[in-house]
Design a protein around this ligand. Sequence first.
Ligand code: URA
Length: 243
Amino acid sequence: MLERLQKFLARAGVASRRDCKEIIASGKVRVNGQIVTETGAKIDPEIDKVTIGKRTIRQPKLVYYAMNKPKGYITSMEDPRGRRTVRDLLPDIDNHVKPAGRLDYNTEGLLIFTNDGELIDHLTHPRYGVWKTYWIESRGVVTEKAAERLRRGVMLDGRKTSPAKVVIIGHDAQKNKTQLTVEIHEGRKHQVREMMRIVGAPVLTLRRIKVGPISLGKLKVGETRLLGKVEVDRLKRAAGLLD
Ligand code: URA
């Protein structure tokens, strides 16, 4: 697949995209031995040899992980306040991965990590509309009427939430708790907790069980696994990056 030279260099960690543009314009970059100064130039990273001086620029290996984030961890690679972060749960092998989106400190469940910046953009930007599914245990009874309000959208910070898919699983009369799933494709701050609060059904437990086509499955709390090629392609397709 053809890619802009500037983007390829930035992804390989040479410099920011803007600085790469200048590096190209200054005539330092060669493609298959020929100097290229056109910033719009495209290359095939699988075939073309890109060099800067004696250095051959290689594409970093793209990796994709699924993590079952526990409660009590922040979705950040470091925390100045010394709280536990999701980085503590990642294997050491690749420190360049980042989480695609965030889960609250007290939310558990599926988080995707990757060093593929384009996929992160597509998974997190509401424009691409990737559905995320949450399993919820809520205090009290969640009525069909409340579920219908969630489905139609509720006013949150002066703006209506997009239509949600809501399934009430059941109510435990003894514990006075309701279990349900809510599926949304926006990513507003504390969105599910806020939506539930607005319909009078505060969240007790919030667990993300699906991102696009990827399910949490049997992944244990605190564990991370590599996604396979088929899963990555399905995820990219859901995010509008593959036909
Ligand atoms: N909605 C929330 O309220 N919290 C999360 O962590 C994710 C979605």
